[in-house]
Design a protein around this ligand. Structure first.
Ligand code: V4E
Length: 222
């Protein structure tokens, strides 16, 4: 398990030039389809839990609390405020267990606990999980000399472009150095704004599920 720390930024026609200027190296371009799942009441996403299938693999992103020096120093730094951090779980049995813990709270009459973790998709139906978002992204990825920093430029098939600076932190390690790496990279790229930039999902939900989008906004999930 690891914690993904990332800062999104507006990517435009000048971004590739800026990346070249700071010595970023393109390590490839790939295309993937993301399918996100939740029950009809959106019990997962209302808890800021994001279950998705990408290239045949399941991933669950869950909130994590800020840790390390940023917390002990009181007010979060600007770097911390601009970044999101999520625990990423990729082990299917653990994903199923965590999802069922949440859904079980709400649908206690459903027989999910006795089922062994399954590789097939019947577990989705048993807890009423349906696909609520389905889109494809073309992603160009870049690395920097700064160890562990990846920059992705995403172009979603519904017409939204976004960049992200990302550092993966092994579970239990301090996120502070990841925040510093991201802040340094943002500085090199000349990202001066202090407004959080919308992710693909946010834009997708605003267009396709406006009521749920408003609900997530009101609960400060987005
Ligand atoms: C919406 C959301 C999550 C789902 C994944 O979103 P995102 O990180 O934008 O997707 P992607 O394709 O870049 O994933 P990656 O390839 O990096 O794993 S996870 C958390 N959220 C909520 C959220 C938020 N509240 N604020 C921001 C800036 N982003 C996401």
């Amino acid at each position: 398990m690891s914690v993904e720390v990332e800062r999104k930024f507006v990517s435009n026609a000048d971004t590739l030039k800026s990346l070249e200027e700071i010595g970023a190296v393109c390590v490839g371009q790939r295309q993937f389809r993301d399918q996100y799942f939740d029950n009809p009441k959106f019990d997962l996403t209302l808890r800021d839990m994001w279950l998705r299938k990408r290239k045949g693999c399941w991933e669950l992103k869950c909130p994590t609390t800020a840790n390390g020096t940023e917390e002990s120093s009181g007010e979060p730094s600007k770097a911390a405020a601009m970044c999101s951090r999520y625990r990423e779980i990729t082990d299917l049995p653990e994903i199923q267990q965590r999802v069922k813990e949440v859904i079980k709270d709400i649908c206690e009459d459903r027989e999910t606990e006795a089922s062994p973790p399954q590789e097939d998709e019947s577990w989705l139906g048993k807890i009423n999980l349906v696909c609520f978002a389905d889109f494809t992204t073309v992603r160009q990825s870049f690395t920097l000399e700064e160890k562990g920093v990846q920059i992705d430029l995403d172009q979603a098939d519904f017409g939204y472009h976004v960049g992200e600076i990302e550092v993966l932190v092994p579970e239990g390690e301090d996120v502070q150095s990841a925040l510093e790496k991201i802040e340094r990279t943002a500085g090199k790229l000349g990202l001066t704004g202090d407004q959080k930039v919308e992710g693909k999902m946010s834009v997708y939900l605003r267009r396709n599920h406006p009521e749920h989008y408003a609900n997530l906004l009101s609960k400060h999930v987005l």
